[in-house]
Ligand binder design. Structure first.
Ligand code: HEC
Ligand code: HEC
Ligand code: HEC
Ligand code: HEC
Ligand code: HEC
Ligand code: HEC
Ligand code: HEC
Ligand code: HEC
Length: 456
């Protein structure tokens, strides 16, 4: 019995499903399973197709079945036996979206139409659940992964199992579920937020596990919060449409003591050394050194021109999730749809990857700018209009050129070196803008006239 939870003794599991409360002794998750969202007897797993067999809500059998069978027949979904005695195959190996339900075993329940879970339930994206965005979609995980940008499950699978890039984890044998890179299905809890339940955020619970520590939850202990684990200089963004309450709980806490340390979580993969390939983007990702980037632990230079609640003090640190969704987004690069209290215009222009194609003088960018990352920057940084309402909206003359900003990066002549001819003017003029991505991206610096600025 002692190796009941080992893979060798795994088949025995099904003789005792009804008794798992008493006999699941060895493996760490067995005890924790009872506290998990899936093992919960009120809202845990409950597969419609096995209702007839009398398993209680939360029972392992809602996800595992021996030889694909229960009571001599195979309950839905059919398809024969699967590894880990799962109800369906862990992952199909599909390389790009669109995903179908059968591509990932989790999608048999974490989907809208066609869920096998009774009663059906919703999971919204981060902007909605932890930011207060009133959007009602996406309302399930399947839909989130079928967004314009998404964490490519094939690449995550290949990275965590060591088939691609630099493998640094030991918990993911070949055949693992890609979602397991960030979640442990047997211990994940529901910290929630709203919707669905008003004021339901519970900072002592967490749904995520760091890939380097798969058998523990990350972010549930006070030592795993943004403050103090990663920094004491965190400023929470505003909750949607509020100037008195903050993410992720819609209350007055604004110092990161209630936010999981997502920086340590995300940089378990996205750090300065790991090489990560993206099939979606067709290239390796940029590496990220959050200890030196200005939105990370690196300090801004001289002065910043911020909207509330950021203030003028230098040295602030942001969370990856202040700007990014974890699963997918209708914006490129998993950029959130709501940031610091308001919605973004959509971001569908993201180029170029290699700055030389931005070489001076820059090409006409005006038609693209309205769908560019400037929409994101403007949620926290002041554009010309925010300095002076007689200036243009989504124009960025002042922070780059005007002493009003405290540290404009360029105030001399030679306008044509950067702008196309005929474009000079000030904040009130309509001028051709320059692609923000030429100079602003993770790890970016910009050198002109012998001076180098760190620009992200
Ligand atoms: C048999 C149905 C079923 C399957 C299969 C399933 N889940 Fe769940 N999952 C649920 C239910 C039900 C909940 C509780 C949801 C609720 O009440 O919000 C849940 C909750 C969760 C949570 C907790 C977070 C939260 O806030 O709800 C995570 C994380 C999660 N599931 C991940 C996964 C992953 C990853 C897989 C696949 C490896 C998976 N689930 C497969 C039914 C399922
Ligand atoms: C288990 C490893 C892992 C973790 C943890 C992880 N990522 Fe990723 N991420 C990947 C892989 C692999 C890719 C490449 C596939 C892709 O482009 O989707 C990727 C790609 C991305 C992309 C580019 C997506 C695109 O194609 O447009 C963004 C943005 C990103 N991750 C943000 C994050 C954020 C934010 C977090 C933390 C909430 C995070 N990642 C956590 C593995 C990880
Ligand atoms: C929500 C669905 C779900 C429930 C409920 C569930 N499991 Fe699992 N289980 C999985 C998935 C998915 C995997 C494969 C994990 C992976 O690929 O990373 C797995 C893998 C396993 C493994 C193989 C190795 C490992 O540790 O990952 C064992 C043993 C196991 N489950 C036992 C159990 C027991 C015992 C219960 C009930 C106490 C249970 N499971 C409940 C989904 C579930
Ligand atoms: C790159 C890491 C990553 C991957 C891969 C990933 N998730 Fe998540 N997931 C997160 C983070 C981060 C959160 C949100 C923050 C939190 O709840 O702490 C989250 C939240 C969730 C939630 C709770 C949503 C809510 O209501 O708040 C569920 C359910 C979930 N994920 C399921 C899945 C499933 C199923 C997959 C695979 C198809 C998956 N995740 C893949 C990182 C990931
Ligand atoms: C201030 C907002 C912001 C914050 C905070 C932020 N990002 Fe990003 N991220 C962006 C923008 C904008 C892009 C698109 C430009 C680029 O590719 O760098 C991006 C792109 C990415 C990419 C794709 C990089 C590529 O190869 O093109 C990854 C991966 C990523 N972010 C991960 C993270 C992680 C991990 C964190 C936290 C440690 C984080 N981001 C914090 C705004 C942000
Ligand atoms: C969620 C809020 C937020 C968003 C969104 C955001 N920033 Fe920032 N940014 C900050 C904060 C706060 C600082 C100050 C960091 C510090 O004090 O070290 C900062 C600092 C900077 C700096 C350093 C300025 C200096 O004087 O050294 C640059 C450059 C910058 N941001 C560019 C951008 C760009 C470009 C975008 C859009 C792609 C963007 N930021 C989006 C909050 C944000
Ligand atoms: C070193 C490169 C560089 C030089 C030289 C330069 N600019 Fe700029 N300028 C920028 C950047 C970067 C921006 C911000 C991005 C944008 O808005 O296009 C900008 C923005 C502007 C804008 C606002 C455009 C808009 O639509 O947001 C005007 C107007 C402008 N510059 C005028 C000038 C004038 C006049 C000169 C010469 C005195 C000049 N610039 C020299 C880089 C430069
Ligand atoms: C030619 C390069 C270049 C381009 C293109 C560019 N910027 Fe900048 N930007 C800079 C430099 C350099 C700084 C100054 C960094 C510093 O203060 O150390 C800066 C600073 C910023 C800041 C920080 C202001 C603060 O609070 O201190 C923001 C926000 C910003 N840029 C937004 C944008 C936006 C939006 C666009 C596109 C419309 C854009 N930039 C295009 C080079 C550029």
């Amino acid at each position: 019995m002692t190796d009941f939870c080992n893979k060798s003794g795994f088949r025995l599991l099904f003789l005792f499903l009804a008794l798992y409360f008493f006999i699941c002794p060895e493996k760490a998750y067995c005890g924790k399973y009872l506290d998990s969202a899936h093992g919960n007897t009120t809202y845990g797993v409950n597969r419609t197709s096995i209702a007839a067999f009398g398993y209680s809500r939360g029972n392992c059998a809602h996800c595992h079945e021996q030889h694909g069978m229960i009571g001599g027949t195979e309950p839905a979904p059919v398809g024969g036996p699967s590894a880990y005695e799962l109800l369906a195959d862990n992952f199909s190996g599909i390389t790009l979206k669109p995903y179908s339900q059968s591509d990932n075993v989790c999608f048999y329940c974490h989907i809208g139409t066609g869920t096998l879970q009774t009663t059906s339930f919703s999971n919204f994206n981060y902007s909605i659940t932890f930011g207060g965005n009133p959007d009602s979609l996406p309302n399930n995980i399947f839909e989130a992964f079928n967004s314009l940008s998404y964490h490519n499950l094939y690449d995550v699978y290949r990275f965590i199992t060591g088939l691609s890039g630099t493998k640094t984890f030991t918990s993911f044998p070949s055949g693992s579920n890609p979602c397991s890179g960030c979640h442990n299905v047997h211990i994940a809890k529901k910290s929630c937020g709203k919707p669905p339940l008003s004021n339901s955020y519970d900072a002592t619970k967490s749904a995520i596990s760091k890939p380097s520590d798969h058998n523990n939850l990350w972010g549930d202990d006070s030592s795993e919060k943004m403050n103090p684990n990663f920094t004491t200089n965190y400023q929470s963004p505003y909750w949607y449409n509020s100037v008195t309450t903050y993410e992720p709980a819609n209350n007055t806490t604004s110092d990161g003591t209630n936010l999981p340390d997502y920086n340590t979580f995300c940089t378990d993969c996205h750090n300065s050394t790991n090489s990560i390939y993206s099939t979606t983007l067709g290239r390796n990702l940029r590496t990220i050194n959050w200890n030196v980037e200005k939105h990370g632990k690196g300090n801004a230079d001289v002065a910043i021109s911020m909207k509330n609640p950021y203030g003028t003090a230098l040295g602030k640190v942001l969370s990856c999730t202040d700007c990014h969704e974890p699963h997918g987004s209708s914006n490129l690069m998993l950029i959130r749809t709501e940031v610091n209290g308001t919605n973004l215009g959509s971001i569908t222009t993201m180029d170029p990857f290699v700055p030389p194609s931005c070489s001076t003088p820059y090409s006409n960018y005006d038609t693209l700018k309205s769908n560019s990352i400037s929409n994101l920057c403007n949620k926290c940084h002041k554009d010309d209009y925010d300095f002076n309402t007689s200036c243009q909206n989504d124009h960025w003359y002042i922070v780059h050129h005007d002493s009003l900003a405290g540290d404009p990066f360029y105030t001399s002549g030679g306008c044509g070196n950067c702008h196309n001819s005929g474009q000079w003017g000030e904040c009130t003029s309509t001028r051709t803008a320059i692609n923000c991505n030429c100079c602003h991206y993770h790890g970016s610096t910009y050198t002109y006239g012998g001076t180098t600025w760190r620009t992200f």
